[in-house]
Design a protein around this ligand. Sequence first.
Ligand code: SAM
Length: 333
Amino acid sequence: MAENTQTNTIINLLPPDLSKDEGLAKDVANGLSQYPKKLSSKFFYDARGSQLFQQIMELPEYYLTELEHEILERQRKEILFAFGTQSPFQLIDLGAGDALKTKLLIKELVQSETDFTFVPLDISKDQLQELLQELSQTYPDLKVTGLAAEYFQGLKWLNEHSTDRKLVLFLGSNIGNFVPSSAQQFLCQVRESLSPQDRFLLGVDLKKEPEKIRQAYDDAAGVTSAFNLNLLHRINQELQADFDLDKFQHFAEYDPIEGTMRSFIISKEDQEVQVQALNKTFHFDAWEAIHTENSYKYTLKQLKEMALHCGLRIEDVFTDASHGFADVLLKPV
Ligand SMILES: C[S@@+](CC[C@H](N)C(=O)[O-])C[C@H]1O[C@@H](n2cnc3c(N)ncnc32)[C@H](O)[C@@H]1O
């Protein structure tokens, strides 16, 4: 890491709290005024949302974490070998969350006394703070620079502040939360931030039995439902709204043609909700839906085409035993 970059600290590139609220306010004002109504999934992760997501990752139905964990557990040495860890580098984790799976790579790198800096990047500052605290206890000598930032704001900042090689991670099939045109754009933007010697490790949930996919987003214990409805709780808290969560329900469906898992919040009755901070009232018809999340599933062939379109070539593919999930190592061409 270049000398002018601080380690073991969080660098906050997010706008001040006031404008952060404006981000949510804008999303709510626009999203609930259109038809069909929608809210952005990026607002799921307040402190409570992040905790609920951690519970989701432990659910028996949520196979994604288990499969990707298996890949990183069993093939971490091969992944790091394919990247080549000889010179100092930055391990950049886009949307790090609790970095559950990244910690497997960190453990390996620490054990092999590799010179690297871990750069968790997340829009949730609470989540980053927790992660840094935990890492400083487990690995007091680990160099960590937390970036509280949006993905590309963070990557741009890193390019301006360091010339170290980069291994950029985007795990957990987060790419699936973008509609395909935005996923393509995302890959191209990551590509722009990479130098020829950098690599990009992308975690992708692959197309599989539709019912297995659906249950991962509609678990029997209702944790995913609580996670989805927490968006309304967040709006109540941050924008002084009066959503009655009992009058809404979670609904999730999978479209096997498009490979899209979609989540919705459904209004169980005809009702009005006031959002004081916006000075607005929103009407909901009975059974009207708010679209809250997309989770696209891909084939490796689709991924290869998308990557090539952006000047990225698949260098290696690491999959779990069932071939349900892939961590794909991409190289700029
Ligand atoms: C589903 S979690 C994934 C966590 C982890 N990477 C994994 O694979 O388990 C998504 C994380 O991305 C973060 N995130 C969502 N949108 C973001 C954005 N636009 N910029 C930066 N981080 C974002 C969230 O705060 C959350 O911690």
